[in-house]
Design a protein around this ligand. Structure first.
Ligand code: SF4
Length: 230
C-alpha cells in the first residue's frame, strides 16, 4: 500500500504503475482507492496541476475566460500603502464598513502583508471596454459586469488547479447577494473577495511594475484584478 500511496503523487498514472509493480490486477484497483484518506488524491492532484500550469497556460486560460489582458504578477512588487486605505475611509464608493470584504472588517495592512509574503506567483487580469464618450455610464457598468463575471469564473478554475488562491478584485465581494456584515459571520470566508485597494494596493503601481498598461486612452475604461497563487 505504501508504494500505491507514493505513486499517488504522480496522479492516476503513478498509482496504476505502482499497482502493476506489485503484481495486482489494475481492474481490481478500485478497492484500493477507498482505503486512502478521503482528501488524499485531491490534494496531490492539485499539486500536480500547479506544476503543470505555467505562465503561458495561465495567460491563455485568463484570455479564454474573457479578459482582454492578462500578465504575470510578481507578488514581491506589491506595495501596500496606508494612503490607499485612507481613500477607502473617505467612503467615496459607499462600501466602507458595509462588508466583511471591505475596511475596516477585511483586516489590517500588516495582516495582508504577512499573507501576501506567502505567495511567489500571481497574475493580473484586466477587462478594457470602449465607451461612447467620457459620460457613458452604461458602457462603464457593462464593462464592470463583464469583468466581475470573468473574475469569478477564473477564480473557480484556479481553485481547481492551485491549493491556495488569493483573489483580489475590483470592488467589494459579490459572493452573496447580501453580505452578512455585521450581523453574522461571513458565509464563505474561504471565498471572500476583497478589492486590491482594500488591501492597500495602488493599482497603477502594481500594473506599472508588472508591465501592464493601466490607461488605454480616452473613451476607454479598464477594470483590473489579480490572483496570487501557490
Ligand atoms: S462571502 Fe458573502 S458574507 Fe462573506 S464577505 Fe462576501 S458577500 Fe459578505
Amino acid at each position: 500500500m505504501k508504494c500505491i500511496t507514493d505513486g499517488a503523487a504522480d496522479g492516476i498514472d503513478g498509482v496504476i504503475g505502482c499497482i502493476r509493480k506489485v503484481g495486482m490486477c489494475v481492474k481490481s484497483v478500485h478497492s484500493c482507492f477507498y482505503t486512502l484518506p478521503k482528501d488524499f488524491f485531491s490534494d496531490k492532484l492539485k499539486i500536480k496541476g500547479k506544476i503543470k500550469m505555467n505562465y503561458e497556460e495561465l495567460i491563455k486560460l485568463g484570455k479564454q475566460t474573457g479578459f482582454t489582458h492578462v500578465a504575470q504578477l510578481n507578488p514581491a512588487t506589491i506595495e501596500l500603502k496606508p494612503e490607499v486605505r485612507q481613500m477607502c475611509e473617505s467612503n467615496s464608493c459607499g462600501m466602507y464598513g458595509k462588508s466583511w470584504s471591505c475596511p475596516p472588517a477585511c483586516g489590517t495592512l500588516d495582516e495582508y502583508r504577512t499573507c501576501i509574503l506567502e505567495y511567489k506567483e500571481g497574475i493580473l487580469v484586466q477587462t478594457v471596454g470602449e465607451l461612447e464618450d467620457e459620460f457613458d455610464g452604461e458602457g462603464m457598468k457593462e464593462t464592470e459586469q463583464q469583468h466581475k463575471k470573468y473574475f469569478y469564473a477564473l477564480y473557480e478554475k484556479l481553485r481547481e488547479q492551485f491549493s491556495h488562491v488569493l483573489a483580489l478584485g475590483a470592488g467589494c465581494c459579490q459572493q452573496c447577494n447580501t453580505c452578512t456584515y455585521p450581523d453574522s459571520p461571513c458565509r464563505f470566508p474561504e471565498r471572500k473577495v476583497s478589492s486590491m485597494e482594500a488591501c492597500g494596493m495602488l493599482v497603477l503601481q502594481v500594473c506599472k511594475d508588472n508591465h501592464m498598461e493601466y490607461y488605454y486612452g480616452s473613451n476607454t475604461i479598464a477594470y483590473t484584478s489579480c490572483f496570487l497563487l501557490k
